[in-house]
Design a protein around this ligand. Structure first.
Ligand code: SF4
Ligand code: SF4
Length: 416
């Protein structure tokens, strides 16, 4: 297994910042513990500067690690990431139809002892352990390895999946056979908190991969409520992260860019300091988070993202960028860990899932993945085109116009 140094403690500055906010301090600067950022060029310091221990596992992973959800083509991007110090590669059997695993497997062949590989299987509540093992073995073949470091049950939003005895029998057997080392769960749905609580209480999971970004921090949000009609999506999430940390679970954040509407931010990014870096620093200065993964599509992405590695401060300029982003985008951003509107629809449209795939298409640029995922939804937004009652109208506490957005989503995503 790789052994890398650099588990430095972070978060003092973050705590200072949050204390200032709790005291009602909106004036930033020296007194708040924030510092004005030094100008950074896009490529400056574009390398991993910190590896952190993942919970109580023996994994020491790059604080900004490789998300392979859109990996296609050859392994050059994987080599590039590796060269920059990234040693943790996240994929799933479902990503790019299995190609993501295949590319990572090819690229990392001969380097297995230098890296950690995580993958995922989408196991519904009624899937039997034999089928799960079959899925895992497919991943191992594509990844050209005989073990996966962290194996996740993917996109969990249902307690029955967390508690499924078949899943636990499967993971125990896979561990005994040396096919997986640690067990994780990932998720971003409206019932994730109860799933995470149950997972921690069970003691059967080693790692969680969870949607977490600056907009889910109640302290950050509190300050913004002075200027925006904007409330925390899930004030319980920080509590769950703390609880996981206390229980020794590893915590990896994803969806840290709050929708990744990056083009909108270009006019406000000065001297190479970008919104992405600000959003990453926000996440990484939370002591309860060990690391984050983010989809990397190009060497340019990697160069930009890794500037934030090792970040121990949220700067004044970071906060300005995050606030700007909220101002520009929150009118159309469907929050992870929310399903407040879903019971309003008599047609059972999976509104949050529909809008998540719209985000993948429009903001992540992952058109094919979005359309394929949308096609698999049991209740997509086909009903919205002809819907006259629009009972979902006004059901979103964040003011999103659900019927308008779901109709747009269906036009965009269905194979017509
Ligand atoms: S527009 Fe109609 S069908 Fe579509 S989500 Fe709203 S209530 Fe449901
Ligand atoms: S549309 Fe609004 S209420 Fe519905 S899931 Fe998204 S953020 Fe939550």
């Amino acid at each position: 297994m790789p052994s890398l140094d650099g588990d430095k403690s972070v978060g003092v500055e973050r705590r200072t910042f949050l204390q200032q906010l709790a005291l009602g301090g909106v004036a930033l600067g020296a007194a708040s513990g924030l510092t004005a950022a030094a100008p950074e060029t896009l490529h400056a310091a574009a390398a991993i500067k910190r590896h952190k221990r993942l919970g109580t596992t023996d994994i020491r992973m790059a604080d900004i690690s490789f998300g392979g959800s859109r990996l296609r083509g050859d392994g050059n991007l994987v080599y590039y990431a590796l060269d920059k110090g990234i040693n943790y590669f996240d994929t799933a059997e479902s990503y790019t139809g299995g190609n993501s695993e295949t590319i990572i497997g090819q690229a990392l062949q001969g380097k297995r002892d230098q890296v950690y590989i995580a993958s995922k299987g989408g196991f519904g509540p009624h899937v039997r352990q034999g089928q799960m093992m079959h899925t895992l073995e497919g991943s191992l073949r594509r990844l050209r390895t005989d073990y996966i470091d962290v194996y996740f049950t993917h996109a969990v939003n249902d307690l029955r999946r967390v508690q499924n005895p078949e899943f636990h029998a499967f993971t125990e057997r896979a561990k005994e056979q040396g096919k997986i080392r640690y067990v994780g769960l990932s998720g971003h749905g409206g019932r994730l908190i109860e799933c995470l609580d149950a997972a921690i209480d069970s003691g059967k999971f080693d790692v969680m991969l969870v949607a977490y970004n600056f907009g889910q921090d109640p302290s950050f949000v509190q300050r913004l409520t002075r200027r925006f009609d904007f409330i925390a999506v899930n004030p319980d999430l920080p509590r769950v992260l703390r609880k996981a940390k206390a229980a020794g679970m590893g915590v990896i954040a994803m969806k840290t860019l709050r929708g990744a509407k990056l083009n909108d931010m270009e006019p406000y990014q000065k001297d190479g300091a970008t919104f992405s870096q600000a959003a990453f620093r926000w996440v990484l200065t939370n002591d309860d988070v060990d690391a984050l993964i983010v989809t990397m599509r190009s060497p340019r992405d990697i160069d930009e993202f890794l500037v934030a590695s090792g970040g121990t401060k949220v700067t004044r300029r970071d906060v300005d960028l995050l606030e700007r982003y909220v101002t520009l985008n929150d009118g159309t951003y469907c929050r992870p860990l929310c399903d407040a509107c879903e019971s309003s629809c008599p047609e059972n449209v999976q509104i949050a899932d529909v809008l998540r795939h719209k985000m993948y298409f429009e903001d992540y640029g992952a058109e094919r993945m979005a359309m394929e995922g949308y096609a698999k939804l049991a209740h997509n937004a086909a009903a919205c085109a002809e819907c006259t009652h629009q009972r979902c109208l006004g059901s979103c506490p964040y003011g999103l116009s659900v019927p308008e957005l779901t109709r747009q989503a269906h036009r965009l995503l269905h194979w017509g």
